[in-house]
Design a protein around this ligand. Structure first.
Ligand SMILES: Nc1ncnc2c1ncn2[C@@H]1O[C@H](COP(=O)(O)OP(=O)(O)OP(=O)(O)O)[C@@H](O)[C@H]1O
Ligand SMILES: [Mg+2]
Length: 145
């Protein structure tokens, strides 16, 4: 297994840094154009949630991005914040649910991450923080189908 870990401040400009770093790390797996788009989207949604919800867009905090992959191209992406946490995870996983409709969020981030991944888990403790764990098998239509 190969692994990386990045920690960065909860500033929205760091979302692009996280997304492009994730792709750079996964380049040895030779992801398809679709896989690159899906991984970028997963990382963008998870990191944006950590920044704007976990740290409520204003508190300074640290976001951690961990990525690992196996020889069979099974990718694991873990995004952690030590922010406010989630009271009702089931509600937050509902398509179109958002606690920030006034900020014109669409409430689709969780659903998009779930759709683009093979497994998607949210672990959260109110007032302590949130971790999302995503697994995605690359090259599904090839040897690893
Ligand atoms: N890291 C987090 N910390 C605290 N709450 C979170 C976190 N991630 C998600 N949530 C909660 O889950 C809700 C749903 O998240 P989701 O990403 O699906 O929608 P959104 O971020 O509100 O809108 P969109 O992602 O479409 O811009 C959020 O509105 C927020 O209340
Ligand atoms: Mg979101």
């Amino acid at each position: 297994m190969n692994k990386m870990c990045l920690t960065f401040k909860s500033r929205i400009e760091n979302e692009a840094f996280a997304r492009t770093s994730a792709i750079a790390f996964l380049m040895p797996l030779n992801p398809s154009v679709d896989e690159v788009m899906e991984i970028k989207t997963i990382v963008a949604e998870a990191v944006t949630n950590a920044i704007i919800h976990g740290y409520e867009g204003s508190r300074e905090g640290i976001v951690k991005l961990e990525i690992g992959y196996e020889v069979n191209s099974l990718v694991t992406i873990i995004v952690t914040d030590k922010g406010c946490g989630i009271n009702d995870i089931d509600q937050c996983l509902q398509p179109l649910y958002t606690s920030k409709s006034e900020l014109e969020r669409s409430g689709m981030g969780m659903t998009i991450m779930d759709t683009f991944s093979d497994s998607f888990d949210v672990i959260s403790t109110p007032k302590e923080g949130t971790t999302v764990v995503i697994q995605k098998q690359l090259h599904k239509s090839a040897d690893n189908a």
